[in-house]
Design a binder for this molecule. Sequence first.
Ligand SMILES: Cc1cc2nc3c(=O)[nH]c(=O)nc-3n(C[C@H](O)[C@H](O)[C@H](O)COP(=O)(O)O)c2cc1C
Length: 186
Amino acid sequence: MEKITLGPVPYMSVMPTLLVGANVKGKANYMTAAWATVACMAPPMVCVALNKARYTVKGIEENKTFSLNIPSTGQVVEADHCGLVSGAQEDKSEGFASFYGKLKSAPMAKECPVNIECRLFKSVDCGSHLLYIGEVAEIHADKACVTDGKPDVVKIRPIVYAQTTYFDVGKQVEKAFSVGKKYSKK
Ligand SMILES: Cc1cc2nc3c(=O)[nH]c(=O)nc-3n(C[C@H](O)[C@H](O)[C@H](O)COP(=O)(O)O)c2cc1C
């Protein structure tokens, strides 16, 4: 297959749509973020890249805590709104019913089926963006979205982000760590 070059852009095929929760000056703020993933197994860590201009950055620096909230496809309007408007311009605390967990200072949105409560482990200054690595203090999940003690992607219906568009999760293709056993050298 012929390859063409597309330039050095920060591309990733698909990303999650998350709401980063942080208390700024004692008030909850939620911002949309897609540049996020798992960072470590033991201790459990996740990470998210935030532009230095985000209002949310002030809150994470202030409290050294934050949350990653996973909205469902039914919350796509609310999720996109948090990415269109800054907490510096509008009070976004009213958009969700906030609750607090172990860390006391990381606001979490009750309406989101899963909330990842994080204590700041480290921030890496990458240039335009700060990569915030958070140690997971607790996972809060709606009981109805859990199967065998684990968050269930079919029940959660997370919003997939790609090409400035929101998608639903597609059909299962195969089982990971399993289908590869069928591999045979040609
Ligand atoms: C789908 C989507 C994904 C986004 N992902 C990020 C991201 O990963 N990092 C970031 O810094 N901004 C991201 N943004 C932009 C911020 O959400 C936006 O600037 C927001 O208004 C910042 O809110 P704040 O100023 O209250 O923190 C995203 C926006 C949208 C709509």
